[in-house]
Design a protein around this ligand. Structure first.
Ligand code: NAP
Ligand code: ZN
Ligand code: ZN
Length: 348
């Protein structure tokens, strides 16, 4: 018998999200039941509910930046106890048998990872995300949230944190490397903090200089506006790594690639639904590489949370009530977020 819990859901691609209830399964032997305290609003939630990434099983409750407390555990659960501070990110299961799962890269599961929302779960039901009172998740996809990170500031680490930590780590951001972060939103502000903590020299490339003071406070060494064409001349051939967090495809990809030094890489974590436009000649010079990266594996997500605790970093958040979700979506779309909206789930 399932449990009925309060939630916010999108009824369609065009209607506002609204208060509703959803069902959570009973706690199975390997499950952890979590009372959700806060859930971050990721731009991916907006792409999803508006149908920009394809067909959506409406009504859908989104949210994959989840933190809360364990309220019950199944008989096989050894890693978690009732009362523990935990988190859930973008995945709630994977096959665990393919070579990518075995390598700890469950986000690239060859059979397809089960997303926290909008995926078909093992029992045939559609997974529902974190804009809700509670969730039941297999213990292998639950993270331990260090005590030193406040709950609300920890929630965005579960997606924005790992999605930027993983490529920065993979491409060896650190002392001596020059990293540019394109777009200072939810992912971008975490990329700046993490790259700075890793020891890299960090440059923000934003549409304007409106957020310059914030960017420097967050840990950037330099800040430039991409609306200024001098930026592209001045920074040509500068960076070892560019992390592109922009949610739109209407970006000067050729111009940005021109900012890479020999063997530099531009990694795209931004995920617009439309294809991008790029001339191949933009890649030839400096043997440039264009890459992509999707969230991170469970082991790496725990490593990121522990890294953030060790370096005293977490997200800059604006806590909102459930009834402000639709307004928050509009502000995210207007690049007016400083730097992550987080829903207080006690207001559902
Ligand atoms: P966000 O908070 O909206 O940040 C995106 C930033 O991009 C904005 O703050 C803005 O920064 C810049 N931007 C927006 N529109 C732009 C445009 N037309 N031209 C140039 N710059 C623009 O979004 P987010 O939550 O960080 O997510 C960013 C993207 O990453 C989304 O597409 C999301 O779906 C994707 N994502 C991917 C993964 C993954 O696994 N790869 C995980 C999570 C999210 P400035 O104002 O500074 O220019
Ligand atoms: Zn996300
Ligand atoms: Zn797999």
């Amino acid at each position: 018998m399932a449990t009925t819990v309060k939630a916010y859901a999108a009824p369609s691609a065009t209607d506002p999200l609204e208060a509703t209830t959803i069902e959570r399964r009973d706690v199975g032997a390997d499950d952890v039941q979590i009372a959700i305290r806060y859930a971050g609003i990721c731009h991916s939630d907006i792409h999803t509910v508006r149908g920009e990434w394809g067909k959506v099983p409406y009504p859908l409750t989104v949210g994959h930046e989840i933190v809360g407390e364990v309220t019950a555990v199944g008989s096989n659960v050894s890693k978690f106890q009732v009362g523990q501070r935990v988190g859930v990110g973008c995945m709630v299961n994977s096959c665990r048998e393919c070579e990518n799962c075995k390598a700890g890269e469950e986000q690239y599961c060859l059979k397809g990872e089960i997303g926290t929302y909008g995926s078909t779960d093992r029992d045939g039901t559609v997974t529902q995300g974190g804009y809700s009172e509670s969730i039941v998740v297999d213990q292998d996809f639950v993270l331990n949230v260090p005590e030193s990170i406040p709950y609300e500031a920890a929630a965005p680490l579960l997606c924005a944190g790992i999605t930027t930590y993983s490529p920065l780590h993979h491409w060896n951001a650190g002392p001596g490397s020059k990293v540019a972060v394109v777009g200072l939103g939810g992912l971008g502000h975490m990329a700046v903090k993490i790259a700075h903590a890793m020891g890299a020299e960090v440059t923000v490339l934003s549409q304007s200089l409106k957020k310059q003071e914030d960017g420097l406070r967050l840990g950037a060494d330099h800040y430039y506006a991409t609306s200024d064409s001098d930026t592209f001349e001045h920074l040509a051939g500068t960076f070892d790594l560019i992390v592109n967090t922009v949610s739109s495809a209407s970006l000067d990809f050729g111009g940005l690639l021109g900012l890479l030094k020999l063997d530099g890489t531009m990694v795209n974590v931004g995920a617009p639904g439309e294809p991008i436009s790029l001339g191949i000649f933009n890649l030839f010079t400096n043997r440039r590489r264009l890459a992509g990266s999707k969230i991170g594996g469970i082991r790496e997500t725990q490593e990121m949370l522990d890294f953030c605790a060790e370096h005293g970093i977490a997200a800059d958040v604006e806590v909102i009530s459930a009834e402000q979700i639709n307004e928050a979506y509009e502000r995210v779309l207007a690049s007016d977020v400083r730097y992550r909206f987080v829903i207080d789930t006690s207001t559902l």
